[in-house]
Design a protein around this ligand. Structure first.
Ligand code: UD1
Ligand code: MG
Length: 450
């Protein structure tokens, strides 16, 4: 959309979250709320984007995806209200003649096409501003849109200021506004703070336009898209909406979700074609699952690439820095961290593989443990292609098992094993012939000693 600048307000205190962390950094699908908003805004390709932050967001702002690459920040030192927040963009936008669209960082579910509709409503009505309204199931503490008898917007009344009659109005303020850039700052200058909270409300803008003889346009949005997040219950409700969108997109992209409602995805999850995900799987940030792979029930993945046709789980845990090769298998109660498991390798039961390389076709028996941490530092384990590690083996890193080598079950391997060698490192088995039978005899005599 051309002729557009965006202002994202993220400087509020967020007191209702009761959190040490700024509200807009709370994640949805593993990505901070404000990043969702910046992504929505980016889809409109605005000429300028300004993020209004408070001091507590200063450190985090440069790390935000939108923190560089075209997103400027304006600082609101004190949260004196939404109009005051927009006013902080004056040095960056005062010369801007296009539409300025204001969005709230605590309203992250709005789609770019809805924002587009809002801008078109302003332009078509040649209004000073257009406001996005919606009809929530529970209007709760939202501002109410008060219409004139002719159907135009007379003003917005904040919940705290509203009379019982006004609270009965079901058309609410979603918080998003498109404003004619040439009129924005003069209108902001006219907004005062004589209200219950002593704040400069952006929502006073339509009444000022009306007093000047104009009217603001209204566009309506689906309630699901514009729910604001002020507390943890609303955060959870928004998470559900985001998850449903991600699940739908995954299925549209060719992934089978056997029981979609129980699969938790991240905003950046990338799933290939003909991937199957079983019930109760959680996928954290940074996961790529390639075509044909299967993630069986109750698995937890984070920061991992699962290559074509690999089979994960049930009950597997894949942690960051891992790369599971084509056709490889990671089975039940196996944890893999920061490790490359090459094509066709098998780690099927009860293992911990951390800071390791597992060569193609290697087989790790049940209970194989890489002892990667000595209490001071982490060390690597390298297991060559085609190696066979017997069950219940401890590989004390740093250590290397060469390609094609075999390690006997129950070994504690502290020294490198050469390629194609057999290594056994456990107590030797001793056997006393007939000893068990003699012991039974003694017991039968009523003796107390063996
Ligand atoms: C606001 C609207 C309300 C609307 C609701 C929709 C106002 C006065 N009220 O209420 O009409 O129904 O959103 O969700 O606008 N912020 C700042 N600086 C400030 C204050 C807030 O940057 O000084 C930011 C916050 O970080 C937040 C957004 O503005 O992202 C909205 O602030 P919030 O306090 O959540 O307003 P609501 O009470 O939800
Ligand atoms: Mg809010």
């Amino acid at each position: 959309m051309s002729g557009l600048a965006c202002v994202v307000l993220a400087a509020g205190k967020g007191t209702r979250m009761r959190s040490a962390q700024p509200k807009v950094l709370h994640p949805l699908a593993g990505r901070p709320m404000v990043e969702h908003v910046l992504a929505n805004v980016r889809a409109l390709a605005p000429e300028r984007t300004v993020l209004v932050i408070g001091p507590e967001l200063e450190a985090a702002a440069s790390g935000l995806e939108g923190g560089d690459g075209g997103v400027a920040c304006a600082m609101q030192r004190e949260p004196l209200g939404t109009a005051h927040a927009v006013a902080q963009t004056r040095p960056l936008l005062e010369d801007y003649g296009g539409d300025v669209i204001v969005v709230y960082a605590d309203t992250p579910l709005v789609r770019a096409e809805t924002l587009g509709r809002l801008v078109r409503a302003r332009r078509e009505g040649e209004a000073a501003a257009a406001v996005l309204g919606f009809r929530p199931e529970d209007p709760a503490e939202y501002g109410r849109l008060i219409l004139s008898p002719d159907g135009t917007l007379a003003r917005i009344v904040e919940h705290a200021e509203a009379s019982a009659d006004q609270r009965a109005v079901t058309l609410c303020n979603a918080g998003m506004m498109a404003i004619d850039g040439r009129r924005l700052f003069p209108l902001l200058d006219a907004i005062g703070n004589g209200n219950a909270k002593g704040e400069y409300y952006l929502t006073d803008l339509p009444a000022i336009v009306a007093a000047e003889g104009g009217a603001c346009a209204v566009a309506e949005a689906p309630a699901e898209e514009v729910m604001g997040i002020n507390d943890r219950a609303q955060l959870a409700a928004a998470e559900r909406v985001v998850q449903n969108r991600l699940r739908r997109a995954a299925m549209e992209g060719g992934t089978t979700l056997i029981d979609p409602a129980t699969v938790w995805l991240s905003a950046d999850t990338r799933l290939g074609c003909d991937v199957t995900i079983g019930p109760n799987v959680a996928i954290g940030p940074g996961v790529v699952v390639e075509d044909g792979a299967e993630i069986r029930p109750f698995s937890h993945l984070e920061g991992v690439r699962v290559r074509r046709n690999a089979i994960i789980g049930p009950f597997a845990r894949l942690r960051p820095g891992s790369d599971i090769g084509e056709g490889a298998r990671v089975g039940n109660f196996v944890e893999v961290k920061n490790s490359a498991v090459d094509r066709g390798a098998k780690i099927n039961h009860l293992s911990y593989v951390g800071d390791a390389g597992v060569g193609a076709g290697a087989n790790l028996g049940a209970g194989t443990i890489t002892c990667n941490y000595d209490g001071y530092r982490k060390s690597r384990t390298e297991i060559g292609a085609g190696a066979f590690i017997g069950s219940n083996t401890a590989l004390v890193a740093p250590v290397t098992v060469g390609p094609g080598a075999v390690v006997g079950a129950g070994s504690v391997i502290t020294e490198d094993v050469e390629a194609d060698a057999i290594a056994v490192a456990r107590g030797e088995q001793r056997q006393r012939e007939g000893a068990a039978a003699r012991r039974r005899e003694r017991r039968r005599d009523g003796g107390t000693k063996d």
